[in-house]
Design a protein around this ligand. Structure first.
Ligand SMILES: Cc1cc2nc3c(=O)[nH]c(=O)nc-3n(C[C@H](O)[C@H](O)[C@H](O)COP(=O)(O)O)c2cc1C
Length: 208
């Protein structure tokens, strides 16, 4: 009886929807463009086609950006004191998700398409994927909020460069953006006060 009651509550509150997860295919960790060629081609792009990227590309993008690359749980980007405080939120047309790097999956946090709402520059909302890098300062080490934010900004920079390099290597395009409609996405993403929106990356194919 209790089970049915809980089920009923979940149906009414819509919490079923938010439990939805996307299991990502295993990332492809070999291949791609040689590093020196990738660096030679890295660039910021500000015009995106609306064509979707594949689930494999999304998995590879997230793994390259801040996936787990060692059996001890450490990541493709370094972080101060290994606090790993940057979370990658993924805005897709099917809703908003948070990347679970340890389990290689996406957990849904909102059902709305927030890509255009997040984009303070119009081009950014056209891309099929928009990554939002959010620092969770509750995971940071000791120190004032200013000190935690300083480390988080630096940590985020490494993740951002990984995003640039993966996209270049895979024939996708991207651009970092500090200009984000923070107010429009804070509530829909259900962010806590300790979660600070640092940077966004639209990802997709270049508009011809
Ligand atoms: C921290 C950071 C914030 C940025 N914010 C924006 C932004 O809000 N809007 C934008 O169009 N470009 C933004 N950019 C992209 C820069 O303008 C771009 O990197 C710079 O012009 C150099 O171009 P390149 O990346 O092609 O070398 C940002 C880049 C960084 C690293």
């Amino acid at each position: 009886m209790k089970k049915y009651f809980v089920l009923l509550i979940m149906l009414f509150t819509g919490s079923f929807i938010f439990c939805q997860t996307i299991e990502l295919p295993a990332p492809q960790k070999t291949g791609g463009m040689p590093l020196m060629e990738t660096l030679a081609k890295r660039t910021t792009v500000r015009s995106f086609d609306t064509t979707d990227i594949s689930l494999q590309q999304l998995s590879d993008l997230l793994w390259a950006s801040f996936g787990v690359n060692r059996s001890d749980g450490k990541r493709t980007a370094p972080s101060a004191n290994n606090k790993q405080e940057i979370d990658i939120y993924v805005l897709l047309k099917t809703g908003a998700f948070v990347y679970d790097a340890q389990d290689n999956k996406l957990t849904q946090v909102a059902t709305e398409d927030l890509r255009k709402a997040a984009a303070s520059q119009k081009f950014a909302g056209d891309a099929p994927v928009q990554l939002i890098f959010i620092a969770d300062l509750s995971k940071s080490g000791n120190g004032t909020e200013e000190e935690k934010l300083r480390m988080a900004n630096i940590d985020c920079g490494y993740v951002s460069q990984n995003t640039y390099l993966y996209c270049t290597s895979a024939g996708l395009v991207t651009g970092a953006r500090a200009s984000i409609n923070r107010d429009a996405i804070t509530a829909p993403l259900k962010l806590k006060p300790e979660q600070k929106i640092i940077l966004a990356h639209s990802v997709g194919f270049q508009k011809k």
